[in-house]
Design a protein around this ligand. Structure first.
Ligand code: PMP
Length: 449
């Protein structure tokens, strides 16, 4: 039972610390006192190196929409690997996946593939700059868009550096991020229409684009209001800046993505995660007119875009098979499971007297401990993983569920997959019920912490 300092996982973590700073190469998979090391996965379940099984609500941070090792995806991968793993030539597989995505995403006419969501956002930003000839990007305070400098500005500012709520400072995520890079980011407060309009107006001539996510994963999958989305679309349209929607996470919301769900018409869309069928992938797509910045045939593309592993056939075929399996019925299934989980958790929070809630939309469930007036990053920051206070709050719950065979994203995210059933959700709720009994935390502690 986790934690067990005699376990193979604990042993591996001790070994890892000699060779990997902090014991890993991915901060988001670490938790204290040591992370569980995975051995294999099947469907909705993961087995660790000690033989413990976990119902997996991390789903590799949402990228595994069918859970682990879907036979059709594995079959396509084995077939592809036996024919061609990688090659310095284009293959038909990239056209096939691009066609499928263009057919599904209303605002996407053309696509370029990359290898991560970080790259997708980075190339979308470069495309907006190249198209407009302007340097600045606006992005929402506290929103996560990957690790490109401009995209990660003000991802986790603190009261010591975040400035006025209606005019947030642009704060570097990594220490000593050059001020020159931060100066080119206009940080806007989520869902504050008036303050955002003022900030955009103040930089109107210099803004290449506005980067946004219709639902912000690290704020409990908080959704943008229709008024906010309308402002961003209208303002960019009127001022010749490009609207960039980050669908790296939110594409799993429905058959036509978050843009279909909310009726949005962005100029550029960043994609990743599920479209690679579990393999590393990223993509930037958009209207033909804007995507022309990647066309190199006149000699030098406005945005040069190479990459040894771009459109590698393994990710292309895994993505294609995965997305073909995502029928309307498959989306309805994972979304209904998300609703069942959300409703059940909220009933349990009430029954146990926890000042907490399960939020989010569709297959994305965000557990928030404490606080009722959660409208933007500054309300949420106490619950974010990058902020120290969140750890003592979420950690006991995360640990108690691990010990009971359920794993979720340590900041409180639970992501459903097509491999799950209603019985799995009910089992999960029983485990949460049991965990709540084992770690009684009074409402007052969360409300005032
Ligand atoms: N944007 C969003 C909204 C994301 O959730 C993520 C990853 N969690 C990224 C971008 C970056 O994607 P990647 O980890 O593949 O670089």
């Amino acid at each position: 039972m986790y934690p067990d300092f005699q376990s193979r996982s604990a042993d591996l973590f001790a070994r890892a610390q000699d060779f990997l700073p902090g014991g890993n190469t991915r901060h988001t998979v670490h938790f204290e006192p040591y992370p569980v090391y995975a051995a294999r996965g099947r469907g909705a379940w993961v087995t660790d190196v000690d033989g413990n099984d976990y119902l997996d609500y991390v789903n590799n941070y949402s990228s595994l929409i069918h859970g682990h090792s879907h036979p059709k995806v594995v079959g396509a991968l084995v077939q592809q690997a036996s024919e061609l793993v990688a090659v310095g030539l284009p293959t038909a597989s990239e056209i096939a996946l691009a066609e499928l995505l263009v057919e599904r995403l209303p605002a996407v006419e053309q696509i370029r593939f990359a290898n991560s969501g970080t790259e997708a956002v980075m190339f979308a930003i470069r495309a907006a700059r190249a198209y407009t000839g302007r340097p600045k990007i606006a992005k929402v305070e506290g929103a996560y868009h990957g690790a490109y400098d401009a995209a990660e500005a003000s991802m986790d500012p603190t009261p010591a550096n975040w400035g006025d709520a209606t005019r947030p400072q642009s704060v570097g995520h990594a220490r000593a991020t050059p001020a020159g890079l931060l100066d080119d980011v206009v940080v806007i407060p989520f869902n504050n229409v008036e303050a955002t309009r003022r900030l955009l107006d103040a930089h109107a001539d210099e803004l290449a684009g506005v980067l946004f996510d219709a639902l912000v994963s690290r704020m409990g999958f908080l959704q943008a209001t229709p008024e906010y989305l309308q402002l961003l679309r209208q303002w960019t349209h009127e001022h010749g800046a490009l609207l960039i929607q980050d669908e790296v996470f939110s594409f799993r919301l429905g058959y036509h993505g978050a843009q279909g769900h909310y009726g949005l018409d962005p100029d550029l869309t960043a994609l990743g995660k599920i479209i690679g069928g579990g393999l590393p992938i990223g993509a930037v797509g958009g209207k033909r007119e804007f995507m022309q910045v990647f066309d190199h045939r006149s000699g030098h593309a406005a945005v040069p875009h190479g990459g040894t592993f771009n459109a590698n056939p393994l990710a292309m075929v895994a993505g294609r098979v995965t997305m073909e399996l995502m029928t309307h019925a498959a989306y309805a299934h994972i979304n209904a499971l998300g609703d069942r989980l959300r409703d059940g958790l909220n009933r349990l929070f009430a029954a146990h007297g926890w000042a907490a809630s399960a939020r989010g939309v569709g297959s994305m469930v965000g557990v928030m401990l404490g606080g009722e007036t959660l409208g933007n990053y500054r309300d949420y920051r106490g619950f974010l993983p990058a902020v120290a206070q969140s750890v003592p709050r979420m950690l006991p719950l995360h640990r108690a569920l691990l010990a009971r065979g359920v794993m979720f994203i340590p900041y409180g995210g639970l992501i459903t997959s097509t491999a799950m059933t209603e019985a799995d959700i009910d089992l999960t709720l029983a485990k949460f019920d049991d965990a709540f009994k084992a770690i009684p935390m009074n409402a007052e502690r969360f409300a005032t912490a």
